[in-house]
Design a protein around this ligand. Structure first.
Ligand SMILES: *Cc1c(COP(=O)(O)O)cnc(C)c1O
Length: 414
């Protein structure tokens, strides 16, 4: 996406309820009282903590939360509450945010091409020791910026992770086009990095919302070949993120099926002394966020809303994700029993600000009604822009369950 989406250009989400409130309100109660005319982001801290705890309990290794997916402090707190103690950061700002909130957290700088100043700040100010790279140039950059000339980086605890390129896969959001070293180069980088590293790892990302557990088996087999070819000791295989969640009409296999595939394919490599890591984003937080929007106009089956693809609904635009929706009408006539399929339009003047859905709602939905749009905890609020002056949104914490439940197997594992 070529749009510039700087968070600093956007009004901060304003929190309305304080942590000390144990009995959080429901979404419906808030809408009835507040009648919000700005998009209202509804965070479900209990649901996020539960999803995080389920992942930590089920995954056969260390779990790093991918902060970019939703860096809201309340989300980070909920993920921590669920037992996650490690964070995958990609920028100096993410590193500083996590360090300020959790002095004892493990922070891992998992972006393969970093700003020099970001490396210096992470290493020198925030105690980050793990860095990803996918080229010899980045290895030189990291070693130069942590002042490695003439000093023993391994003794200082440096961790170096080689990002392995993946073939273009079947993920709903393909990530193969940008980062990663091909197998032969990855093996050469493992050898080059080994003398500098206290901890050496190989990592990959199969693509976001990857529905097929076999994608990890194939990636694991490739990782095993690269490690054998490199002929050096490796301490970590990091299987990345990409674990899927439910969306309307999309039911992924339970997370346990992914964990089983990862564990079995890892054991088949028979690599003693190697630890598994994962970097889930979406799977921990998608169900924990929704946005309540207001209908500002209706033309036929087109609904004009106060939020859209330049707001929290980016993935409903070109990527074409559908999200669960429900009508909220605190007073007035009961909604029609009959449903119809609607198309959404956002508030900006760009005709690309259109979400084709379809979104099924009572057929009498009208101006002034509210709609709650669910499964937006991942890649929702963090992609907001200030385009066209629509930069205001509120953040509230609610007690509601996710609008689509996470798979039962892993929830029970918690
Ligand atoms: C985005 C990203 C993640 C998280 O991906 P999800 O699909 O949200 O799980 C993890 N690791 C890296 C390197 C990423 O870029």
């Amino acid at each position: 996406m070529s749009l510039l989406r700087t968070r600093a250009a956007v009004a901060p989400l304003r929190r309305r309820f304080d942590d000390s409130l144990t009995a959080l309100p429901s979404v419906d109660a808030l809408v009835a009282v507040e009648r919000p005319e700005e998009p209202m982001h509804c965070l479900r801290p209990a649901a996020i903590a539960e999803a995080a705890a389920g992942f930590v309990a089920g995954f056969p290794g260390e779990v790093l939360y991918a902060v970019k997916c939703n860096p809201e402090p309340a989300v980070l707190r909920a993920v921590w509450e669920g037992g996650v103690r490690h964070f995958d950061c990609a920028s100096a700002n993410e590193v500083a945010l996590v360090r300020a909130m959790f002095p004892e957290a493990g922070i891992h700088f998992m972006h393969p091409i970093k700003a020099r100043g970001a490396i210096r700040a992470a290493w020198g100010e925030h105690g980050v020791r793990d860095f990803v790279l996918d080229s010899a140039a980045e290895l030189r950059k990291i070693l130069a910026e942590i002042g490695a000339e003439g000093q023993d980086c391994a003794a200082e605890g440096l961790g170096l992770f080689i990002r392995l390129a993946m073939p273009k896969g079947t993920a709903m959001l393909d990530l193969s086009g940008k980062f990663g070293a091909e197998a032969a180069e990855a093996a050469a980088l493992l050898r080059a990095a080994r003398p500098h590293a206290a901890r050496l790892g190989l990592c990959f990302h199969v693509g976001s919302q990857m529905m097929d557990p076999l994608a990890w088996r194939q990636a694991m087999a490739l990782a095993g070949e690269v490690i054998r070819e490199a002929g050096v000791r490796v301490e970590v295989i990091d299987v990345g993120g990409g674990f899927p969640v439910a969306y309307p009409g999309i039911e992924p296999p339970p997370l346990g099926a992914f964990f089983a595939e990862i564990e079995a394919s890892f054991e088949a490599l028979a690599l003693p002394g190697v630890t598994l890591w994962a970097e889930p984003g979406r799977a921990l937080v998608a169900g924990g966020g929704s946005v309540v929007v207001q209908v500002q106009g209706r033309r036929g089956r087109d609904l004009y809303l106060n939020d859209g693809v330049y707001g929290a609904l980016s993935d409903a635009g070109v990527p074409g994700f559908t999200f669960p929706v429900r009508l909220i009408r605190p007073e007035g006539p009961a909604p029609a029993a009959q449903e119809a399929d609607f198309v959404f339009f956002g508030p900006t003047c760009d005709s690309a600000d259109r979400m084709k859905g379809p979104f099924p709602l009572p057929e009498d939905v009208q101006e002034g009604d509210w709609i709650e749009i669910g499964q937006l905890g991942a890649y929702g609020a963090c992609l907001r822009t200030a385009f066209n002056g629509f930069d205001r949104a509120r953040l509230v914490e609610v007690r509601d369950r996710p609008m689509l439940e996470a798979d039962a197997e892993v929830s029970l594992a918690a």
